[in-house]
Write a protein that binds this ligand. Structure first.
Ligand SMILES: [Ca+2]
Ligand SMILES: [Ca+2]
Ligand SMILES: [Ca+2]
Length: 263
């Protein structure tokens, strides 16, 4: 069995994470741009390219010089966990099985994240309030999950070691069956470059909340229309209609990485 280790790069202001014996590499955040290593990385957006950053935005300047908390995160090779936090973040997993989290953003705009999985079996996890996003999965078996991501008091997703059945790795965990809405899927506009528009609809009043454009994404996991369960779609064979019921056990078979994160 491979020996795995993870390199951590945390944005300033992110509370220290305590995770077993894994050591943390803190304080290496650079405004808005974080590069991973050829190994396995946990990258968390710094959110520090904003108007409070005097090096970016000279005090007294009227026009906003900042990226409004947007970060660029590059996981490079390895099985990486990328978390953008606030702002319109760009997440690029690179080769390897990556977990991409654009938020969480609690409805605070701007919150439209652009996510690229690259090679490998990647999972993008969207939580309520994270805004409309795009996810290009790249090669491999890629999934998008709409669920309530577990987070700390500062709204930073809680990094947990999860067991995919092929070993442990850092990821987020999320309440899938308890999510407050369900998904519908429409074909993307011709010429948009995307294949599908995956929409999240609030269950209590059927209000459309967000649309995630996807390309080269094979699986969608969402809460059930009635609530309390899960549904999924195999986008490689999807031809319209409602998503199909699926159990958590079956999700673990369909996608071990996604299955290790949801409940
Ligand atoms: Ca990496
Ligand atoms: Ca950010
Ligand atoms: Ca990847």
């Amino acid at each position: 069995m491979r020996t795995k280790s993870w390199t951590w790069r945390l944005g300033m202001g992110v509370a220290a994470l305590v995770l077993g014996a894994t050591s943390l590499q803190a304080g290496s955040g650079r405004a808005a741009l974080l590069w991973g290593t050829a190994g396995n990385d946990v990258l968390i957006g710094a959110d520090d390219d904003n108007q409070d950053n005097a090096a970016i935005h000279p005090p007294g300047t009227a026009a906003d010089q900042s990226l409004k908390r947007a970060d660029m995160l590059f996981g490079m090779e390895g099985d990486d966990l990328l978390i953008g936090l606030l702002g319109d973040d760009y997440l690029d997993g690179g080769p390897g099985d990556d977990v991409l989290v654009g938020g969480t953003e609690q409805g605070v705009a701007p919150n439209s994240d652009l996510q690229v999985g690259g090679d490998g079996n990647d999972v993008a996890v969207w939580a309520g309030g994270d805004g409309s996003d795009a996810f290009a999965g790249g090669a491999g078996l890629d999934a998008i999950v709409f669920a309530v991501i577990d987070r700390d008091g500062a709204n930073v997703p809680t990094v947990q070691m999860v067991n995919t059945g092929y070993g442990e790795r850092p990821a987020v965990t999320a309440n899938l069956t308890g999510a407050p809405g369900f998904c519908t899927i429409d074909p993307a506009p011709a010429g948009s470059g995307y294949e599908w528009l995956v929409r999240f609809v609030r269950r209590t009043d059927n209000v459309l909340l967000v649309t995630v454009r996807v390309q080269s994404v094979e699986q969608v996991f969402c809460a059930s229309r009635a609530g309390g369960g899960a549904e999924w779609a195999d986008l490689t064979s999807y031809s319209g209609g409602e998503l199909r019921p699926v159990t958590l056990d079956r999700i673990r078979e369909l996608n071990p990485l996604a299955g290790a994160m949801v409940r």
